[in-house]
Design a protein around this ligand. Sequence first.
Ligand code: ADP
Ligand code: ADP
Ligand code: ZN
Length: 226
Amino acid sequence: MTETTTRSAVLILLGPPGAGKGTQARMLEERFGLVQLSTGDLLRAAVAAGTDAGKAAKAVMEAGELVSDEIVLAILKDRMAEPDTARGVILDGFPRTPGQAEALDALLSEQGLAIDAAISIEVEDAAMVRRVSGRYTCAACGEGYHDDFKQPAQAGICDKCGGTAFKRRADDNAETVGARLTAYHASTAPLIAYYEARGVLRSVDGMAAIDTIAQNLAAIVSEVTA
Ligand code: ADP
Ligand code: ADP
Ligand code: ZN
């Protein structure tokens, strides 16, 4: 029996730590019915579950360095094999190295899929320490907040689910941000040229307000998936 390939969108959000990838991916997920796929979230879940991959990744993540391509690709492939991803995916924080980008191309072509757009969220390094240090999320639903830039409408209560417990990431501190930015410039920034050469690169101004960026991204997504 041959399987019909239904065309599903593949979008990549590129940008340094704190650029707004997660915030925007969640908004696109709701608006377009796509599935957010964050390798950072998948790795944190593996660490929490104490799997072999999680044990290997924990110290690397706490140091702000990149987890090996081997571990990340294994986790990503497993997630891509789940049926909900057929609706289309927004890759958030993946790929992060040229090796991951090449492996993604191979994985997608096996499945008859292609990248619709790799969207670079352009931000200034100087703003990233504040973005990352002020970040926190709802413990129940994962909605993202910020001490200065995005507080819940009612203090201490999640806008999305009414939850009252919030958490901060172990690696969201001023010391680790430096290492994460270094890793971004060394390993991930070269992907901008990689996707430009393939004709799928787009960009948005990541220093704008969250809602403005959301509108600009939505326009790109509508265009490339039309
Ligand atoms: P990333 O996933 O790229 O690391 P996040 O989406 O988690 O980034 O955003 C980092 C922090 O900055 C969060 O606390 C978020 O609420 C906040 N934030 C996201 N986008 C903006 C923006 N355009 N302006 C101000 N703060 C933002
Ligand atoms: P950020 O908010 O910095 O974009 P993420 O949640 O995407 O954070 O990633 C947190 C950490 O998880 C990274 O600093 C890195 O250690 C690890 N990580 C996440 N995605 C990848 C990836 N694609 N390749 C290697 N390491 C990754
Ligand atoms: Zn919530």
